[in-house]
Design a protein around this ligand. Structure first.
Ligand SMILES: NC(=O)c1ccc[n+]([C@@H]2O[C@H](COP(=O)([O-])OP(=O)(O)OC[C@H]3O[C@@H](n4cnc5c(N)ncnc54)[C@H](O)[C@@H]3O)[C@@H](O)[C@H]2O)c1
Length: 379
């Protein structure tokens, strides 16, 4: 019998953005086998997609409740061990909760839920379930992001004193000025997306990245969001001032109306001794800045990198690896946890990161709505 982890997938069908990333990532280190799921709520699309990509169809279910019912009839040795939730945001909470209550391990897309309250309930449910729960903040899987985390932990840049993260996209610009187009995007519908679009969709990545890399807590926020039109209920741009647990100050700058931008996610951390800069669109270069010294550029796969970073590189230096590999590294870490093998805490984001992300989104929206005031995040 195959020793691969039996993976089920919810959402991520042929019409989706993120599905292919998870499918490729799960196959990358030969750890998982996709055994079924619900890829689309419309049966014809669901089954048609699975036939098209050549996966077995016997465990493709008509809906989520049927998946749970039928999987529970199977012996544990055949049942899905982990289920990835890749649906629009509003379905994450009910699906994750029921999966946990029935003993499944869960991989959940971000934002983890649509409210902080739901996130806390899920945390509670997980405590009782005792299974593995991962939240796919994809970018934390990049080797040079992992390297940044380790360098900061090892004191290479000294005490962190300034943080700047930008996440600029432009894809909503052609949509936001057209009422009809706006109405067809789930990310701009509060019932499907939650209370925020820009901060929920990409601001959370920047927030999580800062906490992942620095291992500091962001404990205060002051936000100024932009909705562009008064009848648009979801932010599409926002700037957030942050204060961290060591009193470092910083800024998270996010936009989905930064015309012409693609996925310009950057993070810059400056310490008393040095600075580190990383850009998602050029992920294999990590810049080390020091007073009075030439700029140094670190790259993946070299022995000067940390074990955590090297664990995420598959090929010799000079063979560029990207977003698929980053997600692959996260899936690899989750596989170790499911198999009860030792792993580094930095290998995949957990429910704690998911809960913090939801706390961040809600406090940011609250800060903006209360007239751009400082608001504390929970510990
Ligand atoms: N980690 C990242 O960097 C990243 C990037 C993009 C999207 N995401 C997240 O992934 C999730 C999906 O985003 P997307 O852009 O792929 O959305 P999408 O709209 O492109 O795809 C959603 C998929 O879910 C399916 N679906 C909808 N309702 C369903 C149901 N009831 N049962 C089963 N399947 C259902 C749709 O048919 C579709 O295949 C969101 O939560 C989003 O925030 C994360």
């Amino acid at each position: 019998m195959s020793s691969k982890i039996r993976l089920g997938i919810l959402g991520g069908g042929g019409d989706s953005l993120i599905g292919v990333l998870h499918r490729v990532a799960s196959a990358m280190y030969d750890q998982y086998q996709i055994v079924g799921g619900v890829f689309n709520p419309i049966w014809k699309e669901n089954i048609g997609f699975v036939e098209n990509i050549g996966l077995p169809t016997n465990r493709v279910y008509k809906d989520f409740d049927t998946l749970i019912e039928e999987e529970l009839k199977l012996p544990e040795t055949k049942r899905m061990q982990v289920v990835s939730i890749l649906t629009p945001n509003f379905l994450h909470f009910p699906m994750a909760k029921k999966l946990l209550e029935n003993g499944f391990n869960v991989i959940c897309e971000k934002p983890m839920t649509t409210s902080y309250e739901e996130a806390k309930i899920l945390e509670n449910t997980l405590q009782k379930a005792g299974t593995i729960f991962a939240v796919t903040y994809t970018y934390t899987g990049y080797p040079m992001v992992r390297q940044m985390r380790e360098m900061i932990a090892n004191g290479v840049i000294g005490k962190v004193q300034k943080i700047d993260s930008q996440y600029y996209q432009g894809w909503i610009n052609p949509i936001i000025h057209d009422k009809e187009k706006r109405a067809n995007i789930w990310r701009l519908n509060p019932e499907k997306g939650g209370i925020s679009c820009c901060i929920g969709d990409i601001g959370t990545h920047a927030f999580d990245m800062i906490e992942y890399i620095t291992q500091l807590k962001v404990n205060r926020v002051l936000a100024d969001l932009n909705y562009v039109y008064s009848d648009n209920k979801m932010d599409v741009d926002g700037t957030v001032l942050i204060r961290c647990s060591n009193n470092a100050k910083g800024v998270i700058r996010t936009s989905q109306i930064a015309t012409g931008e693609e996925n310009s996610f950057t993070v810059q951390i400056y310490g008393e001794k040095a600075g580190l800069k990383w850009e998602q669109e050029n992920p294999n270069y990590l810049y080390l800045l020091e007073d009075g010294k030439p700029l140094r550029v670190l790259k993946p796969g070299h022995p000067y990198n940390s074990e955590l970073s090297l664990d995420g590189t598959k090929l010799p230096p000079g063979h560029p690896e990207g977003i698929f590999d980053s997600m692959g590294n996260i899936y690899k870490g989750i596989a170790k946890a499911i198999k009860k093998e030792p792993y580094n805490q930095g290998e995949f984001p957990t429910i704690t990161d998911g809960v913090r992300g939801m706390n961040f989104i809600e406090r940011v929206v609250e800060s903006h709505q209360n007239g751009n005031v400082w608001i504390n995040l929970d510990e």
